[in-house]
Design a protein around this ligand. Structure first.
Ligand code: UDX
Length: 468
């Protein structure tokens, strides 16, 4: 099928390459000419495992092209909308300007068709009610049908999440009268659906709500365990014990129950805020009042790390602190709303000499924080530090040898902001270790700590957990 993907940011670029991988003839469109040139040249604009290969395969097979011109996509059968919906500069709500601009530009080139419809398929995360408004405009053109098909991909797993999703959701104007458009989207996704992926058809608003409520639920789960983490700090309990035991209840599940410095990234923080704003606009602000608390708990964890640094060093002015990690999570170069970078900025504002290291995200980090000192090499970054902060749990930081690291630093002090290090090993190697949600002293007899640390982000689920 002839497919266009409008907006080739993270979501759109991966979707375009994924659709080419399924065998379609795909054109990706973006108003950013630099990005288009980069993708055309087979260079990934972000770090995403498996994306480079998928992109190049699509280009080499002649199934994938990129353009800045709407005329080039006018003849496609299916147009996916992959535009970003960032947080508005003037408040909590989602900024839909680029989505609306894209729909206007598309509507101007879409030919009227009889016979099989032209599909416009929204993938962006939007407030409920957006699709219905866009459909009013687009469906004035003969033969054009709008579906809302939210995207649930995670950074670091984006290609797999696109080609093997847990489920696909189709939002339509009227589920009883949408056979033609449902069949058409089924054809696009045939290889995925044939593999047994469930496909759910529902109204526009439900489809929009699935996406934002999924993200709100995940954020709530993280803030829940981080709230418990605060109780652990007040009582001397170890949050990794609590989380592990809680997660063994199948009804709760262990994923997204990792305590630490909290969630960041381009989705969860802005999506929960947009969801709050949307509920208020709909006159049901009270329903999502708890999400303000979810956001507040998340922010408090960042502040808590800085407090811990003060407890360990006293006044921070002039102290040498090394931050391990800049990305908002491992296996990503994305620093949007990164807890690690916010903590680094707060320490800098308090007068500390901060050095940040990260395997992939330093270039982006420098663009985000003015005057940030970055060092590529972990050993070099550790040299001379009076305090080390582990804030993004890249495998290389989890696997650090505490004895080797102790030789490099000026004083062996570490804050484990992701609760992934084994406190016993580190303390035995002479480190003063503090961890969010974990006791400062070794566990008392009778509260034997069974876990060295928590599993890292999206590691294969533990044996007790059914596959996701
Ligand atoms: C998220 C959703 O998972 C995805 O479905 C949606 O489409 C986009 O938003 P992503 O932003 O890529 O994906 O990251 P995710 O893996 O969800 O992690 C988000 C943040 O939560 C990270 O900062 C991570 O470190 C943090 N996190 C995650 C925790 O602090 N604890 C956990 O248990 C899990």
């Amino acid at each position: 099928m002839k497919i266009s993907v409008i907006g080739v940011g993270y979501l759109g670029a991966v979707h375009a390459a994924g659709m080419a991988e399924l065998g379609h003839d795909v054109v990706g469109l973006d108003v950013d000419a630099r990005r288009v040139r980069q993708l055309e040249a087979g260079r990934a604009p972000f770090h995403e495992p498996g994306f480079d290969e998928t992109l190049r395969r699509g280009l080499d097979l002649g199934r994938l092209r990129f353009t800045t011109e709407y005329e080039d996509i006018a003849g496609a059968d299916v147009h996916f909308l992959g535009l970003g919906t960032p947080q508005r500069a003037d408040g909590f709500g989602a900024d839909l300007a680029s989505l609306h601009a894209a729909v206007d530009a598309l509507a101007a080139v879409l030919p009227a068709r009889d016979g099989s419809p032209t599909l416009v398929v929204g993938k962006s995360t939007v407030p409920a009610g957006t699709a219905r408004g866009l459909a009013e405009r687009l469906e004035r053109i003969e033969g054009v049908r709008l579906l809302w098909n939210p995207e649930f991909l995670r950074e670091g797993f984006a290609v797999g999440d696109t080609l093997e999703p847990d489920r696909v959701v189709y939002g339509v104007r009227d589920p009883e009268a949408a056979d033609a458009e449902i069949r058409m989207l089924d054809t696009v996704y045939a290889p995925i659906l044939d593999g047994g992926t469930p496909r759910l058809v529902m109204g526009y608003e439900a489809a929009e709500l699935v996406k934002v409520s999924a993200n709100a639920f995940l954020a709530t789960k993280i803030s829940f365990i981080n709230a418990i983490s605060e109780l652990c700090e007040a009582t001397g309990a170890d949050v990794t014990d609590v989380s592990r035991a809680l997660g063994m209840d199948d009804r709760i599940g262990s994923r997204f129950l990792r305590a630490g410095v909290g969630f960041g990234g381009g989705c969860l923080p802005k999506d929960i805020r947009a969801f709050i704003a949307s509920a208020e606009d709909l006159g049901v602000g009270q329903s999502l009042g708890f999400l303000r608390e979810v956001d507040a708990i998340n922010q408090r964890r960042r502040v808590r790390v800085v407090e811990l640094a003060r407890e360990m060093l006293g006044p921070l002015r002039g102290r040498r602190i090394t931050v391990l990690g800049a990305a908002f999570k491992p296996d990503s170069d994305d620093v949007r709303d990164s807890p690690a970078l916010e903590v680094a900025s707060r320490l800098m504002a308090a007068g500390a000499h901060v050095t940040v290291t990260d395997p992939e995200a330093l270039k982006n980090a420098r663009g985000h924080v003015e005057g940030l000192v970055t060092v590529e090499d972990t050993a070099e970054a550790l040299r001379g530090a009076e305090l080390v902060l582990l804030l993004t749990e890249w495998r290389r930081y989890r696997d650090l040898d505490p004895s080797v690291a102790a030789e490099l630093v000026a004083a062996p002090r570490i804050i484990d902001g992701r609760a992934v290090l084994d406190p016993r090993t580190w303390r035995a190697a002479g480190w003063e270790l503090r961890a969010l949600g974990r006791p400062d002293a070794p566990a008392r007899a009778g509260t034997q700590v069974e876990t060295a640390g928590q599993p890292a982000a999206d590691e294969p689920p533990a044996a007790h957990e059914p596959p996701a």
